[in-house]
Ligand binder design. Structure first.
Ligand SMILES: Cc1cc2nc3c(=O)[nH]c(=O)nc-3n(C[C@H](O)[C@H](O)[C@H](O)COP(=O)(O)OP(=O)(O)OC[C@H]3O[C@@H](n4cnc5c(N)ncnc54)[C@H](O)[C@@H]3O)c2cc1C
Length: 429
């Protein structure tokens, strides 16, 4: 009997999941596993939790939904907790599995864990096969080798759009053969070392994890409201659920794939017509791809103070008072404060807000940008290693911005994007 393990990570979905499809096609029975990696709940050297309560809650909801959807196909989700390099081999031994299938990682820590697991599996003569499942364009279809990918987004985008195709998404499997999988047993937030935080009622959206919710959100944004047709005009908004897609949290946890979203955009365009807005969502998803491929290219550089730049830059010293004021939303700028409060109380902030608070952190407070990125890492419900550290490095002037040092005039931004103070009044009153 050929048995395999599917090790789920940030790919918590059944539709367009190549890892799952390949595991099913190559095995007679398979065991879906999720490992709560201890290291994801530690405090980083920057002093912040790696995963805060908002994202942890979203993760728990996503896993519950995945288990339910797997059970409907005859399987279920096995939960383990510890170090993946210890826990995954234990499952392999228990079920006498010959192969483990998983999502391929690009960032340093994730790759290191992947390698540790692979080494342990090798000792058991078990193979680890990985698949690229989180980008719009498959790495193998890009018109450049990874080392030659342009560092400037526009150059990357133009050539990729011209010369590469986006593959069709994989369909959801119809049935999965698994041995009996015990009833889902999720840890509580407390067991993960976290205190439950209710998302503030003023939140732009009450995020709920899981593929089912992701599909509901897509249906709402595309078909129920047709907001997609105005996305380009509304995307710089700051108040409400529908100024932007809010797909980010589901994309980051892998509850939905960008390729699936692309296929739905095409369907939508056929039905309701294509315009600049329908294209623009794709354009933004390309930014997401770009940062992921930049991580493949530059690897650990995105965590250095000097980023991907070659010249040596001395890092800034820490000013605890400034840091604390920024986090609490108690700086001299009401626009920054409103955004930082939104992040603190909901785990989300608009793209406009993120650009401003990051620019303020680097330019006005003159702080080491990595501290800001590390705070975002713990706090964001949609945290994605490449999008977060890539965008921070960009705004700090040590990433992929061809203009070098971008500086946001915060007062002007507040006036342009929150002229009537609706956003500021929402959070500060
Ligand atoms: C300092 C900073 C940190 C950020 N950290 C993250 C992060 O950890 N995780 C994350 O998903 N996004 C991050 N972003 C990008 C962006 O702010 C969010 O993706 C977006 O605000 C999420 O809302 P949405 O899904 O409604 O976006 P929409 O405007 O509806 O965009 C659709 C999708 O495109 C992608 N996207 C849009 N803008 C960007 C961008 N600049 N970079 C990469 N992908 C993008 C996202 O997947 C998003 O869900 C960051 C931006 C900045 C400036």
């Amino acid at each position: 009997m050929k048995t395999s393990i599917v090790w789920f990570k940030t790919d918590l979905r059944l539709t367009d999941n190549e890892t799952l499809i390949k595991a099913i096609s190559q095995s007679e029975q398979m065991i879906p596993v999720y490992c709560f990696d201890d290291s994801h709940f530690e405090t980083t050297p920057y002093g912040f939790k790696k995963t805060g309560p908002f994202r942890a809650q979203f993760l728990l909801e996503s896993l519950k939904d995945l288990d339910k959807n797997l059970r409907a196909l005859g399987s279920g989700l096995l939960i383990v907790k510890g170090k993946p390099e210890i826990e995954i081999p234990k499952i392999v031994k228990k079920y006498k599995a010959q192969k483990v299938f998983a999502k391929r990682e690009v960032a340093y820590e994730e790759k290191r864990t992947e390698k540790l697991v692979q080494d342990e599996l090798f000792k058991l003569r078990c193979e680890l096969e990985t698949f690229s499942t989180s980008t719009l364009y498959h790495a193998e279809d890009l018109p450049f080798s990874i080392k030659d990918i342009p560092d400037v987004f526009t150059n990357f985008r133009k050539k990729t759009e011209q010369d590469a195709i986006i593959r069709n998404p994989f369909e959801k499997p119809k049935q999965i053969n698994s041995p009996e999988i015990p009833v889902l047993e999720l840890p509580t937030l407390k067991e993960l070392g976290l205190k439950k935080m209710k998302i503030d009622s003023r939140a732009a959206i009450q995020f709920k994890g899981g593929e089912t919710e992701a599909l509901k959100r897509l249906n709402h944004y595309f078909y129920e409201t047709k907001c997609l047709s105005n996305y380009k005009e509304t995307r710089n908004g700051m108040v409400g659920a529908d100024y932007s897609s809010k797909f980010s949290a589901w994309l980051a946890m892998g509850c939905i794939s960008p390729r699936f979203i692309y296929a739905e955009i095409k369907k939508y365009e056929n039905q309701f017509g294509a315009n600049d807005s329908t294209y623009w969502l794709l354009f933004e998803l390309l930014w997401r791809d770009f940062f992921r491929f930049m991580f493949k290219k530059h690897q650990t550089k995105f965590f250095l103070y000097s980023g991907i730049k070659t010249e040596k830059i001395n890092s800034k010293s820490l000013n605890e008072k400034f840091l604390s004021q920024w986090i609490k939303g108690a700086t001299p700028s009401d626009f920054i404060n409103a955004n930082m409060l939104e992040l603190k109380l909901t785990g989300f902030m608009s793209n406009r807000g993120r650009q401003n608070v990051a620019s303020y952190f680097c330019n006005e407070l003159n702080m080491d940008w990595r501290l800001g990125a590390a705070y975002f890492e713990g706090q964001l419900i949609d945290y994605d290693v490449c999008s977060n550290w890539g965008n921070w490095a960009y705004l700090a002037g040590v990433g992929n911005d061809p203009r070098g040092h971008r500086y946001f005039n915060i007062e002007k931004q507040a006036n342009d994007y929150d002229k009537k103070k609706v956003f500021r009044n929402l959070w500060l009153k």
